[in-house]
Design a protein around this ligand. Structure first.
Ligand code: SF4
Length: 183
């Protein structure tokens, strides 16, 4: 197992699942589901009686990833995660939702020691089963790697303060969020 990640990775981990949706929406909108190897999922009947919300977020030190699925379900095949989405029910789950569910599958795998066979995405009018395949797992790890690389790249190109004038910072509207403020 990898050692515990450093502070940067922990901070990244805290946001990584949240960012996955918007990141994918931007990156994969033009690539299509097939090239991203994301399964389409299929509609299933789901008995929600044994759906239980997790008590706390799941965390993977191995992958520097954290997240909290809406539900975890104990089945004869093991624990599976469920993600609930509001809004319009699409004919197939959105790629960003599939990838988010894959992240919860990975976290469930780490937590239980057993990879879930699938996860569920519940929209208002349908529940989709998405198989947690090796291809989907590999795609998730590739995306996480790209996100980390993008984060490192963004830090490299961060804009630095161009002055030494505290009074400018004192009157700056970004001061509360700026880590280079002089006051
Ligand atoms: S607070 Fe930050 S953004 Fe604002 S003037 Fe100072 S260094 Fe620039």
């Amino acid at each position: 197992m990898s050692p515990l990640p450093g502070l940067d990775i922990l901070l990244l981990a805290a946001f990584i699942v949240i960012l996955a949706g918007s990141w994918l929406a931007l990156r994969q909108a033009n690539r299509g589901r097939r090239s991203a190897q994301l399964p389409a999922g299929r509609i299933v009947y789901a008995d929600t009686g044994n759906w239980r919300p997790p008590e706390k977020p799941l965390f993977s030190p191995t992958h520097g990833l954290t997240g909290k699925p809406d539900y975890l379900v104990e089945t004869r095949a093991g624990i599976i995660p469920v993600e609930v989405k509001s809004g319009t029910t699409p004919p197939d789950p959105y790629p960003s939702h599939v990838l988010q569910l894959a992240a919860y599958c990975l976290l469930t795998e780490e937590m239980s020691g057993q990879a879930p066979q699938y996860g569920l995405i519940r929209y208002p009018h349908s529940v989709f089963r998405v198989d947690y395949t090796q291809a989907l797992r590999g795609e998730l790890l590739r995306v996480l790697g790209n996100m980390r690389a993008d984060s490192r790249e963004a830090k490299r190109h961060a804009v630095h303060r161009s002055h030494d004038e505290p009074q400018r910072c004192a009157g700056c509207g970004y001061r509360q969020r700026c880590d280079q403020s002089l006051v």
